[in-house]
Design a protein around this ligand. Structure first.
Ligand SMILES: [Zn+2]
Ligand SMILES: [Zn+2]
Length: 410
């Protein structure tokens, strides 16, 4: 490996560019699958680099492929995929940062603006090291992580075949505003994050005058009983070591005190930690709802509105990531999570197809207390720019290290 660069460095020029990009993204957050302004900014940042660029059809994604030049060992060349999500959340920002969102009702409260800037940083670092790369790198810039299945759409549009053969590994970072100290990485072998599902439930009865309940079929008491029965189901139907979290996050019915409504609606969120518990929840919940509906003489319809599987790290890939944190970032800054975290991620769709790992990176600003700082998805959540350095360097280092390993250079 004579002449191969030892490690990547995020110098002042690159760092300033990444901070500027991150602040630009932060000021103008976009939601869901359609992020035209975000896509424009990413394309502008990637355009000067020696990348093959493609944009999505059904969503405003960007896929960039960097072709490594050093084919001395592997011939064809394997590829590694690095992923950043780019979408924001429907919140009005109260973080107090000087580059706060200019738009009411949209905020980068999950730090995806940092993920996007870090991946641009990794693309720049790897482009400079292109001659020494023993394979290709796919950069996956994804809209619609927050409940819109953006990763699944990108897989359907071919992101895993962007470089030719499927990547040998896939990696992603997620920043946390309050989970762990700034600059610390957290990983886990096997399941890292819960599966997340959303069910939309319509309870249909017969409306009427509140003086004549016998002529109606009131969906309101049925819906209330459904909530209680679901909580009992969640408490009693699962192994204590493999529970689910079930919340009826939304319940709506009716317009006035003296009208029995014809319909009630429930929105149910479910988090589960294993495929078995998830399957049991997704079959058991409709069964409970049907039973309660039958008892009340109303009808119920259940729509599975959203579902992300368990995010599962490959043990060898996350162990490699731990070593790369040590080598490329230095210090003892890696924590093994003892438990599955109960958030969910659609990077799970990628990890169901390709072995890989997701790591968390602590980004709590130094002027905030980790114990009281706003968590991701809070209107007052803040993420420190400083972690852009480590994020970009780690992603670039992981890609190069994994390509070396695939080429037999370990
Ligand atoms: Zn989020
Ligand atoms: Zn997120």
């Amino acid at each position: 490996m004579i002449g191969r660069p030892v490690s990547f460095e995020c110098d002042a020029t690159l760092y300033d560019d990444l901070v500027r990009l991150r602040h630009d993204l932060h000021r103008e957050p976009e939601l869901g699958l359609d992020l035209p302004r975000t896509q424009e900014k990413v394309l502008a940042a990637l355009n000067p680099l020696p990348l093959e660029l493609a944009t999505g059809r059904a969503l405003s994604s960007v896929t960039a492929v960097l072709r490594g030049r050093d084919r001395s060992v592997s011939g064809g060349g394997p590829s590694v995929l690095l992923r950043a999500d780019m979408d924001a959340l429907p919140l009005t920002e109260r973080s107090g940062v000087p580059y706060a969102s200019r738009l009411d009702g949209a905020m980068h409260a999950c730090g995806h603006d940092l993920h996007t800037a870090m991946l641009v940083g990794a693309a720049r670092l790897l482009s400079e090291a292109r001659e020494s790369l023993r394979g290709d790198v796919v950069f996956m810039f994804q809209p619609g992580e927050e409940g819109f299945h953006g990763a699944r759409h990108m897989i359907e549009e071919g992101v895993l075949e962007a470089a030719g053969e499927r990547p040998v590994a896939a990696y992603a970072l997620h920043v946390a505003s309050a989970l762990l100290p700034r600059g610390w990485f957290l990983g886990r072998r096997g399941p890292l994050l819960a599966a997340g599902d959303a069910l939309h439930v319509s309870v249909r009865g017969v409306g009427g005058h509140d003086s004549q309940p016998q002529r109606a079929r009131d969906p309101v008491p049925a819906a209330c009983e459904m909530v209680l029965s679901l909580n009992t189901f969640a408490m009693r139907a699962f192994d204590v070591y493999d529970r689910v979290l079930l919340s009826v996050g939304s319940i709506h019915a009716g317009t006035a005190a003296n009208i029995i409504p014809a319909e009630a609606e429930l929105r149910i969120g479910v988090r589960s930690l294993s495929p078995e518990a998830r399957a049991r929840a997704l079959t058991g919940i409709p069964a409970v709802l049907q039973g309660v509906a039958a008892a009340h003489g109303v009808e119920v319809e259940v729509e599975h509105a959203m579902g992300y599987p368990v995010t599962r790290n490959d043990a060898a890939e996350v162990e490699l990531a731990e070593r790369v944190v040590e080598e490329a970032i230095g210090g003892q800054r890696f924590i093994w999570s003892p438990a599955v975290l109960t958030a969910s991620e659609d990077f799970s769709f990628v990890l169901d197809e390709v072995p890989g790992a997701m790591l968390f990176l602590g980004a709590c600003p130094p002027d905030r207390d980790l114990a009281t700082a706003g968590f991701n998805h809070n209107a007052d959540a803040a993420f420190d720019d400083e972690v852009l350095r480590d994020g970009a360097v780690l992603l670039a280092s992981l890609a190069r290290r994994r390509l070396d390993a695939a080429a037999g250079g370990g």
